[in-house]
Design a binder for this molecule. Structure first.
Ligand code: AP5
Length: 218
């Protein structure tokens, strides 16, 4: 199972990929999480990515492509993976095609989560994340059982620095100009499946499972 989750910031790519990765037993590869971890560890890549991320701009293609080429070659990716946040430009999509070819792998599908902009802004403004196990919450629609504390690992929840209004606007512009063209790219390759991402986490998950004929029992 090799899937790409496409969609604007806040569409629910991370939320869906996290749940489905556990159900299907394949890793969830989030470029955003990988980059945040590089930053936390103070690596060269983390330092190179930092300013772009803080401004809400995309990190240069070459850095992302190298990071993902290395990650996708790890043994846990043999059975497949769910890509969240990659590819995000045409160059990255072409690099992914090349990478898959070299490894003798194929993409099964690209899931485009469609969500209107006002809902995106509401979601990102209320998002809280666990810095330890990376679980995603929302203050109103998906609150933790104990306010400010992760249900799974007990860590203190935080707001992502790029979830500030000005940065959210820049991220949305970056999506429109650099990532949205991938919809046509994958449509031409008959890989695109558009899923309504505005209908609640559980409903969206069921739609994805219905499209792929997969459920927890299979
Ligand atoms: P990244 O971390 O990938 O951010 P993003 O794409 O902007 O996506 P988000 O993580 O904000 O949203 P999401 O779709 O995962 O939504 P989520 O599930 O969290 O990237 C961050 C930065 O890293 C980029 O700006 C860039 O600088 C850099 N970067 C990353 N990848 C790159 C690449 N390939 N190339 C270059 N640069 C790159 O959900 C959001 C909220 O909504 C949550 O609170 C959740 O609880 C709630 N929610 C989710 N689904 C639903 C639902 N169905 N109903 C109601 N609420 C929901």
């Amino acid at each position: 199972m090799r899937l790409v989750f496409l969609g604007p910031p806040g569409a629910g790519k991370g939320t869906q990929a996290h749940v489905l990765s556990e159900e299907w037993g394949v890793p969830h590869l989030s470029t955003g999480d990988l980059l945040r971890e590089e930053r936390r560890q103070g690596t060269k890549l983390g330092k190179q990515a930092q300013d772009f991320m803080d401004r809400g701009e995309l990190v240069p293609d070459q850095l992302i492509i190298e990071m993902m080429a290395e990650r996708c070659r790890k043994p846990d990716c043999q059975k497949g993976y769910l890509l969240d946040g990659f590819p995000r430009t045409l160059s990255q999509a072409e690099a992914l095609d090349k990478m898959l070819k070299q490894l003798g792998h194929e993409l099964d599908a690209v899931i485009d989560l469609a969500v209107p902009e006002p809902e995106i802004i509401r979601r990102l403004s209320g998002r809280r994340v666990c810095p330890s196990c990376l679980r995603i919450y929302h203050q109103e629609t998906m609150p933790p059982r104990v306010e400010g504390t992760c249900d799974d690992c007990g860590a203190k929840l935080v707001q992502r620095e790029d979830d500030q209004p000005e940065v959210i606007r820049t991220r949305l512009r970056a999506y429109e100009s650099q990532t949205a063209p991938l919809i046509a790219y994958y449509q031409e390759r008959n890989l695109l499946h558009t899923v309504d991402g505005s209908i609640g986490v559980e409903h969206t998950r069921r739609q994805i499972q219905a499209q792929f004929g997969l459920s927890a029992s299979q």
